[in-house]
Design a protein around this ligand. Structure first.
Ligand SMILES: Nc1ncnc2c1ncn2[C@@H]1O[C@H](COP(=O)(O)OP(=O)(O)OP(=O)(O)O)[C@@H](O)[C@H]1O
Length: 293
């Protein structure tokens, strides 16, 4: 079958690195005589609807040049169409691709897009919206919320890290009421990370043992923790060694329901996603992606 590429490029992701990536990808696709179409994303709350409207039905390969938010919008635009997703990560955090092998630089990543192998991965679903990496509720939802509104002389990852430190020093634990595979729990938590992937926030490996094709969601909860212990242990979350802390618990489930609480903020694949209630499940082996052979 002749392959047809549809390229979704976000000019805003990661301070505009998409243009250079797009030029190089176009050159390589031209050289190999592939058909392709390009969609440059507009700033919009309904990005997935714009992508879906422009997607040709005979597309075989959808390439995302952007960060996790652009991957999320593209994934939701596919609405079950059987197309292979591949990635050039030019976002700020790029947390999802830390779970897979696509190559370390632009040239290798383009090689993977054209000549890579296929892998079929699980997809999470939260209140009918799909996610590829995860949903964060509590502390990291608050960061995404505040990041959207804060003005700073810094930008990108540095702005994000400064916000993490600021909120780390003030965020209080909140009551979570939730059902994991039907079992009711009620806990005061700083955060709950529900993952298909492993990492949030550009490198915090909250669920280091998560696998993207095991049919399960990995959950990390962090309970009430003193301000001193937060700052002292924050590095452990980057290395994924926080499991030794008594405030941390890990779970693997197929379904979680988090009850209504307007004091809890959430994000889905790094995009602000409001407040619970959330009904979160996993669709096993639901999406083909392109990875390094
Ligand atoms: N043309 C555009 N101008 C401004 N914003 C845009 C444009 N196109 C898309 N967006 C916004 O970009 C956001 C997604 O950015 P994306 O997540 O891909 O990059 P990032 O935030 O730099 O990376 P990451 O999520 O990996 O940290 C969405 O909120 C979307 O509305």
């Amino acid at each position: 079958m002749n392959r047809k590429f549809f390229i979704v490029a976000n000019p805003y992701s990661g301070k505009g690195k998409a243009q250079a990536a797009l030029s190089m990808l176009k050159k390589r696709l031209d050289k190999e005589n592939f058909y392709y179409a390009i969609f440059i994303t507009p700033k919009s709350e309904i990005l997935d609807e714009f992508i879906e409207e422009n997607l040709f039905t005979d597309t075989t390969d959808v390439v995302v040049i952007g960060g996790d938010g652009t991957i999320n919008a593209t994934l939701n635009a596919l609405r079950g169409k059987d197309m292979v997703l591949s990635f050039i990560p030019v976002g700020t955090g790029n947390d999802f691709i830390k779970t897979i092998q696509i190559g370390n630089d632009l040239s290798e990543q383009i090689h993977t897009i054209i000549h890579g192998g296929e892998r079929t991965i699980d997809i999470g679903i939260c209140n009918n919206r799909k996610f590829i990496n995860g949903v964060g509720v509590g502390f990291d939802g608050q960061i995404v919320h505040d990041d959207l509104r804060s003005k700073s002389i810094f930008s990108g990852h540095l702005k994000y890290l400064l916000l993490v430190l600021k909120i780390l020093g003030s965020y209080r634990s909140r009551k979570f009421v939730y059902y994991m595979d039907g079992q009711r729990l009620e806990m005061n938590l700083i955060l709950m990370a529900v993952h298909n992937g492993t990492t949030f926030g550009g490198g915090f490996k909250l669920n280091p043992d998560s696998k993207i094709d095991d049919g399960l969601l990995n959950i990390c909860t962090v309970g009430r923790i003193s301000y001193f212990r937060r700052f002292f242990n924050v590095g452990k979350f980057s290395f994924g060694t926080h499991g030794r802390l008594p405030e941390v618990n890990f779970y693997q489930v197929k379904h979680i329901r988090i009850e209504t609480n307007d004091a809890l903020m959430a994000h889905i694949d790094g995009e602000f996603f409001g407040h619970p209630p959330f009904e979160i499940t996993v669709a096993e082996k639901a999406q083909r992606i392109r990875v390094k052979r």
